[in-house]
Design a protein around this ligand. Structure first.
Ligand code: SF4
Length: 660
């Protein structure tokens, strides 16, 4: 027995059918489940040139290989499709309990094709799978829809169902919309919500109660016990959050170095990712003033985003499925300024940065409201923040008039105008309509392309390539460009990949400028980082497990125990390489030119910054680094197209012949 159910559910909304199909073991051996299974299926089944918002696009929901085995930090689910934002591979990832719900229905993944004429939802309880009328839920925001579905279905289901749904942004085909679960936790990137909206699929509701398989549950349990012991219950002194701004200033001056991954655990357990905000502003990691500012511009902001302030509002801490860390929380917003909503999820760093320092917005209260507004609408906060930043810079430079912005005074830090613009984007009203499709489309319509921060059509995550040049390589070499969850130099320092992989270089203490150089060592580091991240996604793991390092979160041992295999780290890294190569081949098949993904000039250091930790930093060897990364993968170093011998070496030619 392995951890795979061996079955997938294929739904055609064109005719309302749902069919269970079996997947042969060799597919799982090659790509695991999660994003790997999706990459294999979508590459094979979405025809070249398919309209991302048409019936030929397929929307996939998948759980990872380790989900349900008892392995810690393996409750993530991935939604994937052809992205309407980039025209190529698209995926987004979220936590909660939706991943085990897929498996408890007896499936590793659900693939949805076709377009329904009327709003529908998919219901599956492990015995039946059917497409049902969703007209009563269409028009509701994601939280309202989820609550309404629970009210209607909880009393008639044997087990409380899990719901993943779109909000109004997905219904309105916003190209920066995502898919939500658990009251607005969102798989946000790649425009996956627009694809779900185009299919008129409001929700997927899962209520199965089947057992989740595992080869050796006792061995998995022992590994989790060991990890639990290592995650020492440490509490940091109260008021520590106020020092993060200072810590960031120190980090900005320090060399790159190997780190102990348990530091990340302490931080995420205590505050969640939000703790990164003041640190990022002062260290050079977090973008300021549409990626063109310095910590001087953001003076006074770090204390506003002191993580202790946010923790004081916390009424509930929560965990994803099978996670001992619990970085999530609910905040009480009653009595706060702009309080249209009484509560919200604790915002992620990406959201705080996108609507705080990126816009020079000093109002934490406004960002908490925007967090709830966008989570309920199901709109990506990273993309929305980058788009608002573009609009402000255009307005400040006279490229947009007050008439064009519907009377909004879009100046840096104008909280009221920022809030009003976000509402317009959510409602697709007036000036907000074009912005609801992201910064590339908005700048094509209104001009100001020099201020439009995107890579291949997708807005970048809130981390600056000038501070982390390895991330700059991943931003453009990644088949879903602009994602920050696919490899960072900072993370590599904690991952210890050389302990499991014979070709992964060790992390060393070195001057940061070394990371800007094009060397074989750097190419192997970025390759190893990408392969391990893909392996993690195939396993359904959380990125914070990755950051702990392989000596704490023992992914290889977990997989061997759960599947009954006896493979070494090199073998598993090749699985990651195969998944990444399949995603790249998907882009090539869809006519996307990998070489067309470019870092915005500003992120390359032109013009260079005049102060702060990134003062004068440029990335002249960035393109050469990307070529070396492709070469390390066995892809053409000029075009980024996987070479035929690589496709053969990874067995992808045989894999794509498997018929399901
Ligand atoms: S660390 Fe946070 S995001 Fe990751 S699995 Fe745990 S609760 Fe979820």
């Amino acid at each position: 027995m392995t951890s795979f159910t061996g079955r997938i559910l294929c739904v055609d909304l064109g005719n309302g059918t749902a069919e269970s199909r079996s997947v042969p073991p060799e597919v799982y051996e090659a790509v695991l489940a999660g994003k790997g299974l999706e990459a294999w299926y979508l590459y094979k089944h979405i025809p070249a040139g398919a309209d991302p918002l048409g019936p030929e696009n397929i929307l996939a929901f998948a759980a990872g290989a380790l989900c349900g085995t008892g392995a810690f930090l393996t409750g993530r689910w991935t939604v994937a499709c052809k992205s309407p934002l980039t025209g190529g591979w698209g995926d987004a990832n979220c936590g909660g309990v939706f991943a085990p719900a897929i498996k408890q229905c007896g499936y590793d993944a659900i693939f949805v094709s076709g377009v329904s004429e009327t709003p529908v939802y998919l219901f599956c309880d492990g015995k039946t799978a059917e497409v049902r009328d969703a007209s009563a839920y269409w028009g509701l925001d994601a939280t309202e829809a989820e609550n309404a579905l629970h009210a209607d279905l909880d009393p008639v289901c044997r087990k409380k169902p899990c719901v993943a749904c779109i909000g109004t942004a997905g219904e309105k085909l916003s190209l920066i919309s995502g898919v939500c679960n658990e009251g607005g936790r969102i798989a946000a990137r790649s425009g996956v919500g627009a694809v779900m909206g185009s299919k008129r699929l409001k929700a997927v509701v899962l209520a199965g109660a089947r057992p989740m398989p595992c080869h050796d549950p006792e061995a998995v349990k022992a590994l989790s016990k060991e990890l639990g012991r290592k995650i020492v219950k440490m509490s940091l002194p109260s008021g520590f959050g106020g020092f993060f701004g200072l810590g960031g200033r120190m980090m900005g001056r320090m060399p790159a170095m190997p780190m102990d991954g348990s530091l990340a655990v302490y931080m995420f357990r205590e505050w969640g990712t939000q703790a990164n905000t003041p640190l990022a502003v002062t260290s050079g990691d977090g973008p300021i003033k549409n990626w063109g500012g310095t910590p001087k511009d953001a003076r006074g902001l770090p204390p506003q985003y002191n993580p202790d302030k946010i923790n004081k509002l916390e009424t509930l801490k929560y965990h994803c499925y099978s996670c001992p860390i619990g970085c999530g929380g609910r905040l009480d917003l009653r009595g706060r300024r702009y309080a249209a909503y009484p509560e919200t999820h604790k915002p992620e760093y990406e959201t705080l940065e996108s609507f705080g320092p990126l816009l020079l917005n000093k109002s934490l209260d406004s960002v908490l409201q925007i967090n709830e507004l966008l989570n309920r609408a199901g709109m990506d906060t990273i993309s929305a923040g980058n788009t608002v930043a573009w609009a402000i810079e255009c307005y400040e430079n006279g490229l947009l008039t007050k008439e064009q912005t519907d009377g909004l005074e879009l100046t840096w830090g104008n909280t009221e105008a920022i809030l009003a613009l976000v509402r317009k984007m959510v409602d697709r009203e007036g000036f907000g309509d074009a912005l609801a499709d992201g910064v590339k489309r908005a700048s094509e319509r209104y001009g100001g392309k020099e201020y439009a921060m995107h890579i291949g059509g997708q807005e970048p995550g809130m981390h600056d390539a000038r501070n982390d040049p390895q991330l700059g390589v991943h931003f453009v070499a990644e088949p879903a460009p602009g994602k920050h969850t696919v490899g960072m130099g900072m993370e590599y320092g904690a991952m210890s990949l050389c302990d499991i992989c014979s070709w992964a270089p060790p992390a060393t203490l070195h001057a940061k400028k070394k990371d800007r150089e094009d060397t074989e060592e750097m190419a192997l580091i970025t390759k190893a980082n990408a392969c391990y991240t893909m392996l993690t996604d195939g396993a359904g793991g959380c990125l914070y497990g990755v950051m702990m390092g392989v000596h704490m979160w023992k992914l290889v041992d977990y997989l061997n125990a759960a599947e009954g295999w006896d493979y070494d780290g090199d073998h598993y890294m090749e699985i990651g390489e195969r998944i990444q190569t399949l995603r790249q081949l998907f882009n090539v098949k869809q006519g996307v030119d990998p070489a067309s993904f470019r870092l915005p000039r500003r992120m390359l250091g032109w013009p260079s910054l005049s102060s702060g930790p990134l003062k004068g930093v440029t990335l002249p060897q960035h393109r050469a680094q990307v070529s070396s990364h492709w070469r390390a993968f066995g892809w053409d170093e000029k075009t980024g197209v996987p070479l035929p011998e690589t496709v053969k070496r990874l067995g992808i030619d045989r894999l794509t012949e498997v018929d399901v």
